[in-house]
Design a protein around this ligand. Structure first.
Ligand code: XMP
Length: 507
């Protein structure tokens, strides 16, 4: 997407920086995050936001910006927390270290309900997270708002520079979004962010980049790779979509994925590799070893199919790009890095042969793009499913019998969730096998069979998760059906562990 008149968010390392970009986009404008090193290469932004950060402006290695460059952009600038303190220094004020860290809710008292505070209440809760405060304000600095103690928490210098001490991007700042919006209204003709326009630009860009070369992409049936494949098809380029069946899929999943793609006009080539994967996993019980085997085999099988294709397309998303840039190693990003950044891909990338059309988008924007491409709601809103598939839900050694039990139980559980209208309310749900046999009675006979654990969690980003208080009728019906219909199971458990300390998956 063309980068003119976008909202450039400069990253000073604050923990909420990504959220600022999200909020800007929620407000309908195209926000992009820039590392401090890229400050001079932001194109021609329509507004600039300087984020918060963990440092103090008085630290010897405090991050800084070239004020002249910032000034030359000639657009409204908002400094948030660290960003405001930095602006205050640039305008000749001082930043005073405080011995007390202010963290949590505070009251914002705007001086006037105008400009940045147009339509904002006379008292409004905001979220603070800082230790330094501004002091010795310069003569041309106007105080726009104070806290309840009368300390300035929002400033303005001239008619383009604004500062706020609190974090408007977090929901604990009750009117934060309005304040951010008021700031963006100060900018001239900002580029709007509408997914349909974005899609059209993306399609043109793909066509221009690909020409008549052939592009290969891997598909799993998950949201990102599905949107990617349908987008490539929509662009009308020559493409091949490869699906690796590793034998660790859910009930009827391979068939479903192929049928779904067929309906969307994408023919999928399947690499049938179940025997290969299950053979290599025989007798392996260590979870990380299992992951390694599956990851390596996936790459082998996939690349074998790719052959000497001209280009490779990947469903890399914006958070992956940001995270790998900032080196924040969440588990998910490490895992993705594993597949998306192996040596062979890096090599292709250098030759300009890797296409990552979703790299500017957040997950919910990918979903929106998917809807705009006509992909069905239930595909676009599928729960995440891990790359190593059912292997992470089958502790101990993996056998076809155990996988079969998991598939049946999982299908019963997921169907109940859908029937009761709970599927879309949970982030992820599944059945896992507890590799312990316990005693029970079936008919007149004593049974000695496996237990199965059901798990349903809500989460924002998979880093933390809470178990869901599902209505008893769903649990009762699921348990009843599993115990009656799935051979080899005589006990059904519901997992009530939060993450942390548990993880979402069993392995
Ligand atoms: P955990 O179990 O770490 O899971 O709490 C967090 C999220 O990541 C998914 N997950 C994986 N995804 N490869 C993947 O592609 C993996 O090895 C893997 N392990 C966990 C998990 O399903 C959840 O959404």
């Amino acid at each position: 997407m063309e980068e003119s008149k976008h909202v450039a968010v400069v990253d000073f390392g604050g923990q909420y920086t990504q959220l600022i970009v999200r909020r800007v986009r929620e407000l309908g404008f195209f926000g992009k995050l820039y590392a401090l090193e890229d400050f001079a290469e932001m194109g021609s932004p329509g507004a600039v936001i300087l984020s918060g950060g963990p440092k103090s402006t008085s630290d010897p290695d405090a991050p800084d910006i070239d004020f002249e460059t910032l000034n030359n952009y000639g657009v409204p600038v908002l400094g948030i927390c660290y960003g405001m303190q930095l602006l205050n220094l640039k305008f000749g004020g001082r930043v005073e270290p405080s011995d007390r860290r202010e963290f949590g809710p505070a009251m914002l008292v705007p001086e006037k309900a105008a400009g940045l505070y147009e339509g904002v209440s006379t008292k409004s809760q905001v979220w603070m997270s800082h230790s330094d405060t501004v002091g010795n304000l310069s003569a041309d600095c106007e105080v726009l708002a104070k806290n309840e103690d009368g300390t300035p928490v929002s400033l303005r210098w001239g008619d383009r520079y604004y500062g706020i001490q609190f974090h408007p991007e977090v929901t604990h700042s009750h009117e934060g979004l309005r304040i951010l919006h008021n700031f963006l209204l100060q900018a001239d003709s900002l580029q709007e962010f509408r997914i349909d326009d974005f899609k059209r630009e993306l399609l043109d860009k793909i066509r221009a980049q690909v020409g008549d070369k052939q592009v290969v992409c891997g598909v799993s049936g998950g949201v990102d790779s599905t949107v990617l494949a349908v987008l490539l098809k929509e662009a009308g380029i020559k493409m091949r979509a490869i699906f690796v069946d590793n034998g660790l899929l859910r009930k009827d999943e391979g068939e479903e994925v192929r049928n779904n793609f067929h309906r969307m006009g994408v023919e999928v080539e399947t690499a049938e590799a179940a025997d290969l994967f299950l053979g290599a996993l025989t007798g392996v019980t260590d979870p990380e070893k299992k992951r390694e085997i599956i990851g390596n085999l996936f790459i082998e099988v996939f690349w074998d199919r790719v052959g000497d294709a001209d280009m490779l397309a990947q469903g890399t998303l914006y958070p992956d790009v940001i995270e790998s840039a900032s080196n924040a190693k969440s588990k998910a990003s490490v895992i993705k890095t594993h597949h998306n950044r192996v040596a062979r891909i890096l090599e292709l990338q250098e030759q300009g042969k890797v296409l990552e059309p979703l790299a500017d988008l957040f997950k919910d924007e990918v979903r929106e793009l998917g809807m705009s491409l006509g992909i069905a709601h239930d595909i676009v809103h599928r729960h995440p499913f891990p790359g190593p598939g059912l292997a992470v839900r089958c502790p101990g050694d993996i056998t076809e019998d155990k996988l079969q039990i998991i598939r049946e139980c999982d299908a019963i559980f997921i169907t109940r969730l859908k029937d009761y209208g709970w599927y879309d309310k949970v982030w992820q749900a599944y059945a896992a096998l507890v590799p312990v046999k316990t005693v029970g009675v079936k008919g007149d006979e004593r049974s000695y069979e496996f237990a199965v654990s059901l798990r349903a969690v809500v989460s924002e980003d998979a880093m933390t998760a809470d178990w869901v208080e599902l209505p008893y009728p769903i649990l009762r019906e699921t348990s009843h059906r599993i115990l009656n219909e799935v051979p080899g199971v005589n006990r059904v458990l519901y997992d009530i562990s939060t993450k942390p300390p548990a993880s979402i998956e069993w392995e």
